[in-house]
Design a protein around this ligand. Structure first.
Ligand SMILES: [Zn+2]
Length: 358
């Protein structure tokens, strides 16, 4: 063997070893990526926007959906809290921002958010229908300005639509005052709560236009109806329950009495309810009672201690993210597994509570 033969063989041996190593490394990488994706959870951040809404979903495929943007003003307080949650989740962009309706505590924060983080698309119910309310008109116009930049895709969703996000299934159940005509798959049972249900007068604000979704992740079902009012809840829940049973109920309307009828709350029969209330916003004691006494509720969690609730209508301190006193903007984070189990983390106590699959 001359020197060149030797180096040739040596190099080709090296090459094939390198190739094998590469193959090994890449298959390990592929396997671990697959395992991570398969075993990975759905993360939901309940950002404290002081009685508005901002709920961030991050799916195992890394896609994100933010439901509502909190309030405008306050030097971008709400937008910064949302961006902080997004960073914690490892996001550099929010794929979809859904505005349930154009009230200022939901849509008002959109421009400040857009100034701080890239957004892929906005999802809404269509036009603003409340042209008599100054702050709502302002929020709507600011949103139009964002859309006019042509930087964002706009999706106007209708009942029955499935949102384009991957890694969880988000089905629209209400939009622009219209609800789904047929029950979602698996739902449609008679709702005993309808029999003696109160008759509610029709809401005339943006609330009844709320873009509501049922989100399915593995065995887990999550409900968010924005501020959808009781008159519309009756259309969803009577005479048959079109939504079915829900595991995690994002309490409508911050726990205010104009939403959260017994027909809805007892019909969906949730395990855990999370209330995006403020210290002085939402949480009517009568509405709080309905959630707290619903048939199989395990826990109600609150983003804030409710001043109006006093000792009788607030949950145990460990289930509250922000107690009385100076506000720290603590959040709740829910980690959902496809088998139906989930964990709720309170950023104030740094404690996590586990809920087993049922
Ligand atoms: Zn609201």
């Amino acid at each position: 063997m001359n020197f060149f033969d030797f180096t040739g063989k040596y190099v080709s041996a090296l090459r094939s070893t390198a190739a094998r190593m590469l193959l090994l490394i890449s298959s390990v990488l592929i396997a671990s990526t697959w395992a991570a994706a398969a075993g990975k959870a759905l993360q939901i951040y309940f950002v404290d926007v002081e009685g508005g809404q901002a709920t961030l979903f991050v799916t195992p495929t890394g896609e994100s959906l933010l439901i509502d943007t909190g309030w405008p003003g306050n030097d971008g307080r709400d937008a910064e809290r949302i961006v902080a949650a997004a960073k914690k989740a490892g996001l550099s962009k929010i794929d979809y921002v859904l505005l349930t309706h154009f009230h200022t505590d939901h849509a008002g924060g959109a421009p400040q958010l857009a100034a701080r983080i890239p957004i892929g698309a906005f999802i809404d119910h269509g036009e603003n229908r409340e042209s008599t309310d100054g702050p709502t008109v302002q929020a709507w116009q600011a949103y139009q300005k964002l859309l006019d930049t042509r930087k964002y895709k706009r999706i106007t969703a209708k009942p029955g639509d499935t949102l384009p996000i991957h890694g969880m299934r988000a089905t629209v159940v209400s939009s622009d005052g219209v609800v789904i005509s047929k029950p979602v798959p698996g739902a449609g049972q008679a709702n005993p709560e309808c029999k003696n249900a109160e008759k509610y007068s029709a809401d005339e604000t943006e609330n009844l236009r709320s873009l509501g979704t049922v989100i399915t992740f593995g065995k887990l079902r999550i409900l968010d109806l924005g501020d959808l009012t009781r008159d519309k809840e009756m259309e969803l829940m009577c005479p048959v329950n079109k939504l079915g049973k829900i595991d995690i109920y994002i309490v409508s309307h911050h726990g205010w009495y104009l939403s959260g009828s017994p027909a809805l709350v007892n019909g969906i029969d949730s395990r855990v309810a999370i209330m995006d209330n403020g210290a002085k916003k939402g949480v009517t004691p009568s509405a709080w009672d309905i959630v707290k006494k619903s048939p199989h509720i395990e826990d109600l969690c609150q983003l804030h201690y409710a001043d109006e609730g006093g000792g009788e209508h607030n949950v145990a301190p460990e289930l509250i993210a922000n107690p009385q006193g100076p506000d720290a903007g603590n959040y709740l984070e829910l980690t959902a597994q496809p088998d139906g189990s989930f964990d709720v983390f309170n950023s104030r106590t740094q404690k996590t509570k586990h809920y087993a699959a049922r």
